[in-house]
Design a protein around this ligand. Structure first.
Ligand code: NI
Length: 192
C-alpha cells in the first residue's frame, strides 16, 4: 500500500540485490487467492519476508503482500514508520476476526498500481490474528492508517485490489490511466 506519491521518480532497470520486482496490475497472480504458508518458522519464509521488506522500502510503500512479488502465499509486511523509524511487522496467514460496522474513508494507493490514488471506504476498525516469523500467534486491533493498511494487504491475499472496492466507473478510469502511463513509461525507458 502506498499513500503519498514518491518525491522523485525512481526507475531501476534491474532490481537491486535483495529485492524482488513488484508486479503491476493487471496480472493474473494479483487476482488469485493465495495459499496459506505451511510453516511460519522457516528459512525460506524469513528470506521472502526480508526481500519483501527491502522491496517495499525501496518502492517506497508502507505495506506489501507476497502475491505482489509473484508469490501466491498468505504473507504480508507492513511498516508505517512511526516517528520516521523502521518498525516492520510480518504477518503470516493473517485472518480478520472482526470488522467494525462503522465505516471510514481514506485515500489509498498501491505499489501494483503505481501513481494511482482513490478514496476507499472500509470498516473503521479491524481485529486480526496472525503468526510471526517464529510461529507465535498474535492478535492486533487497529483503527486509522494501520486498519486501512491491514485490510488493503489482506485483500491482496484474496486477489482483491483497492480499485475493486470502487465503482466500476472509477475502477475503469484508473485501470485505463494506469495502462496508458505504463505504456508511456515503457516507451520512455526504450528511448533512454
Ligand atoms: Ni496494494
Amino acid at each position: 500500500m502506498r499513500f503519498m506519491p514518491p518525491s522523485f521518480p525512481v526507475s531501476f532497470p534491474v532490481s537491486p540485490p535483495g529485492t524482488i520486482p513488484i508486479l503491476i496490475a493487471p496480472n493474473p497472480i494479483l487476482k488469485a487467492k493465495a495459499k496459506p504458508v505451511a510453516k511460519a518458522d522457516d528459512g525460506a519464509v524469513r528470506e521472502l519476508a526480508a526481500k519483501m521488506l527491502a522491496s517495499m522500502y525501496l518502492a517506497p510503500g508502507i505495506g506489501l503482500a507476497a502475491p505482489q512479488v509473484g508469490q501466491s502465499l498468505r504473507l504480508i509486511v507492513i511498516d508505517l514508520m512511526p516517528d520516521n523509524k523502521p518498525a516492520p511487522i510480518t504477518l503470516i496467514n493473517p485472518e480478520i476476526l472482526s470488522l467494525a460496522e462503522e465505516l471510514a474513508t481514506r485515500e489509498e494507493g498501491c505499489l501494483s498500481l503505481p501513481g494511482q490514488y482513490a478514496e476507499v471506504t472500509r470498516p473503521a476498525r479491524c481485529k486480526v490474528r496472525y503468526l510471526d516469523l517464529t510461529g507465535a500467534r498474535h492478535e492486533i486491533e487497529a483503527d486509522g492508517l494501520l486498519n486501512a493498511c491491514l485490510q488493503h494487504e489482506i485483500d491482496h491475499l484474496d486477489g482483491v485490489l483497492f480499485v475493486d472496492r470502487l465503482s466500476a466507473l472509477k475502477r475503469n478510469i484508473i485501470m485505463r490511466r494506469l495502462a496508458k502511463e505504463q505504456r508511456q513509461k515503457r516507451e520512455d525507458d526504450r528511448r533512454r
